[in-house]
Design a binder for this molecule. Structure first.
Ligand code: FES
Ligand code: FES
Length: 189
C-alpha cells in the first residue's frame, strides 16, 4: 500500500476567525485558504511567485501565498480580500478601486488590493525601495514609490494607471501628479 504523505496540524486565524487544520505538509497557504477553508477571493494565477494574484497579508505584511507552506503559519493572523471590507462597508482601498475603475476582469484585483494596502503601510514605515534616491531618508509617499512597490502584481487587463489613481487617492497624493505620471505606469509591471 502506498504510504500516505506526511500531515501536520496547524492553527491560525484567517480574517479574525480561528482555523484548525490537518494538512499535507506540502499544502501552500493559498491552497489552504481556497481548498480547505473555502475562501475563493485569493486567486491562483501562476502558482510560482510571478503574478501576485495570491497576495494576502500575514501579520500585516504582504506575501505571495502560493510560495508559503500553510504549516509555517502556526499562530499567524492572515487577512484575505474577504477580511479587508464587506460589500456594505468597503475598505477605503476597495472603494477607491471601484471609483477609479482599477480593474477589468477582476482576476488580479484581490491581490492588487491586498498589496496596495500593504504598500502604503510599507512607505509609512520607512521601508526602502529600489527607486528611493537615498535609503538613509524616509521614502516619499509618491507615485513612483507606489508603482515600484506594486511591480510584483501583474494585471493582464492593464489596469495599472487606474490602480495608481486609486492608491493615490487613499494615500492623499494629489491627483494632478497622478495624471502626469500615468503614461508609463503599465510599462513597469
Ligand atoms: S499565484 Fe502566487 S504569485 Fe502568482
Ligand atoms: S483586471 Fe484583469 S488581470 Fe487585472
Amino acid at each position: 500500500m502506498a504510504q500516505q504523505p506526511p500531515a501536520m496540524a496547524v492553527t491560525f486565524k484567517v480574517n479574525g476567525k480561528a482555523q484548525a487544520l490537518m494538512l499535507d505538509t506540502r499544502t501552500t497557504l493559498l491552497d489552504a485558504l481556497r481548498d480547505h477553508i473555502g475562501l475563493m477571493g485569493t486567486k491562483k494565477g501562476c502558482d510560482h511567485g510571478q503574478c501576485g494574484a495570491c497576495t494576502v497579508l500575514v501579520n500585516g505584511t504582504r506575501i505571495n501565498s502560493c510560495l508559503s507552506l500553510a504549516v509555517m503559519h502556526e499562530g499567524d493572523a492572515v487577512t484575505t480580500i474577504e477580511g479587508l471590507g464587506t460589500p456594505e462597508q468597503l475598505h477605503p482601498m476597495q472603494a477607491a478601486f471601484v471609483k477609479h475603475d482599477g480593474f477589468q476582469c477582476g482576476y488580479c484585483t484581490p491581490g492588487q488590493i491586498c498589496s496596495a494596502v500593504a504598500v502604503l503601510e510599507e512607505i509609512r514605515a520607512g521601508i526602502p525601495s529600489h527607486v528611493q534616491g537615498d535609503v538613509g531618508t524616509a521614502p516619499e509617499m509618491s507615485l513612483p514609490e507606489m508603482r515600484e512597490r506594486m511591480s510584483g502584481n501583474i494585471c493582464r487587463c492593464g489596469a495599472y494607471s487606474n490602480i495608481a489613481e486609486a492608491m493615490a487617492e487613499v494615500a492623499g497624493v494629489r491627483i494632478a501628479e497622478t495624471h502626469g505620471a500615468q503614461s508609463d505606469a503599465g510599462a513597469e509591471a
